[in-house]
Design a protein around this ligand. Structure first.
Ligand code: ADP
Ligand code: MG
Length: 223
């Protein structure tokens, strides 16, 4: 089944974290058939930094709850702590939509309950699937037309930190960063171990994790 997963990040090196999450979706869930542009959007809820949002179209044989479980593991591996509802997060993965699928239970609602009101979810989705509809219902494009102005595209990087990240990777361009963790010392080691567990048997080649702290950047090779 084809899924559209929405991704958001508003902490740390947001762009690198989105790239990392998409890379992990490909190994853990299924082939990524497309990714939307990246948009910079204003947060909902408590005051917090701006988000980068994107969406990925995936083909997977996994059942819906298995997709959710993989998404939760990827969020955890990339450092998300669930402290505050709608609070800031390194990476948020939402199962936005799957063609013709409607389900609702305690763990999972599809289409995502926020989809119809959130331009930051609708715009990336419509880029990938312009003719998407609610199950048995209205085209999402028509619904989108009644919401606010177009989103701002994000074409930059995350400032000095992101540039430093690129510099840290420069000596070995064949190595791909899958994660940027704001931790150092034992906390970094623990986080790397959790990421290794999350990757499990996937074991992609040439993968690094970056420690991104006020003290600087550190690169640990995972595989
Ligand atoms: P939000 O994405 O609305 O900001 P969270 O990411 O904290 O909130 O999600 C809270 C819970 O929402 C998750 O534990 C998950 O079980 C549930 N959930 C229900 N439907 C979905 C969905 N379609 N995609 C992702 N999470 C969902
Ligand atoms: Mg979520």
């Amino acid at each position: 089944m084809r899924w559209v997963i929405g991704l958001g990040s508003n902490l740390g090196s947001r762009r690198a974290l989105l790239d990392a999450a998409v890379a992990l979706l490909a190994t853990r869930v299924g082939p990524v058939l497309g990714q939307s542009q990246i948009y910079e959007t204003e947060p909902l809820g408590p005051a917090q930094p701006a988000y980068l949002n994107t969406a990925a179209l995936l083909d997977t044989a996994l059942e819906a709850h298995a997709v959710l479980s993989q998404c939760n593991q990827i969020e955890a591996a990339l450092g998300r702590e669930r402290r505050l509802r709608w609070g800031p997060r390194t990476v948020d993965l939402d199962l936005l939509w799957a063609d013709g699928l409607a389900l609702a239970d305690d763990a999972l609602t599809v289409p995502h309950p926020g989809l119809t009101a959130r331009t930051f979810a609708l715009d990336p989705l419509l880029e990938l699937c312009p003719d998407a509809r609610l199950p048995g219902g209205e085209p999402l494009r028509a619904l989108r037309a009644r919401l606010g102005p177009p989103l701002a595209r994000f074409e930059g990087h995350d400032g000095p930190r992101q540039t430093a990240l690129e510099a840290a990777l420069a000596p070995d361009r064949t190595r791909r960063a899958v994660g940027v963790l704001r931790a150092q010392g034992p906390a970094f080691e623990t986080a790397v171990e959790r990421l290794r567990e999350a990757l499990g048997d996937a074991r992609p080649a040439r993968v690094a994790v970056i420690a991104d702290t006020d003290a600087g950047l550190d690169v640990a090779a995972l595989y």
